[in-house]
Design a protein around this ligand. Sequence first.
Ligand code: KE4
Length: 432
Amino acid sequence: MTNNISNSIALFARAQGSIPGGVNSPVRAFKSVGGTPLFIQLAAGAYLYDVDGNRYIDYIASWGPMILGHAYAPVVKAIQQYAEYSTSYGAPTQLEIEMAELIRSMTSNVDLIRMVSSGTEACMSAIRVARGYTGRNKILKFEGCYHGHADSFLVKAGSGVATFNIQTVPGVTAGVSADTLTCAYNDLDAVKKLAASHKGEIAAIIVEPVAGNMGCILPAPGFLEGLRKVCDEEGIIFIFDEVMTGFRLAKGGAQEKLGIDADLVTYGKVIGAGMPVGAFGGKKEIMQVVAPLGSVYQAGTLSGNPIAMIAGFTLLSELNCNPSLYEELDQKTAYLKKGLEKELEAWGHPFVINHFGSMLSIHFSEKPVNDFASASAANNALFAKFFHAMLNRGIYLPPSAFEAWFLNNALTTEDLDNTIKAAGESLAEIMK
Ligand code: KE4
């Protein structure tokens, strides 16, 4: 059973003539699962509609931002209203103050926060602040974690870099890579050894507190607490990359959910409600090195622009005023996981479901999946078949085993039941 996707096929062929690989971001190209990426006409609530008129239940949510569903009315209305006041001024606005104050009220330890236009910008700026504040050069990241495409991060990175199995990214110099140390996620002993052998050299440890770029990988008990302790003992800046988890796991993100305070935190995705927004913030003592207060230069023509701000502010305000939305979303995710587990158990082959809040991933693996090596060792070819079997049943999953599913609160019980039913049929199909 396959959907008619002739218009997507034609558009993908046409796109090759003007856009590298036909896409503006590699993970959209369906490279690791094969086939033709679907071109989307529009989306509403929990559904995507492709250019051939097929409807899909959406489990990507634009890779996280659309937490309350697509075309969320208050956000659309706010954008329409503010567009009439111009789309950018290149000058400060009251709205940016209100956005910063709202974020500070929702998180535990952000004294100062700077808006940027992507998660990459947020993470690369946070690293620069840590280096500027400590005077140290090296950073430590975890294999399979993805912090955007800034040079320093493209060392053993997750997401598309893992999907395409790119070991070293051409164009990232050896000099830059030499300052990026890596360890396996959840390997606290390896971190302690590296910190000891690079005493006084490491400016920051940056981590996805709940990883979402090698599938959904949970921190082992004590892992993040151990990193916090190493950072305290060694004078290293602890950075939580909450581009995925921020405002998704809870109002206060992973810091609130896990009860751990980082020194700096980065945001993206939900913070912009689908508009280009990222942010980095943290303790005043550290953030005051940022220009024009300090000398760590960071800038952006469209940073804090009014359309992105009003979109993000509107969505964050909804989440802030209705914390029950998080409970609802977590319950829906738990319901989906339970149903998928039942289908997978009946299917009778090895599988793992990793799940935290409204993030989830399925791995066809006999072993637990708790780091990049175990995520890579899973039967990801089978995942590709599962992906297409689900897509043909109107279920749009992330097109890679190295990504997480993101649920949105517009999903109904009927949508979840349809997803579970489609999973049962798909599993039967792929193991014929
Ligand atoms: P952006 O520059 O793509 O806005 O954010 C980079 C980033 C930083 N940190 C984390 C934890 C992230 O997940 C991301 C981006 N996530 C990917 C999805 N795995 C974006 C999708 C894409 O690359 O098109």
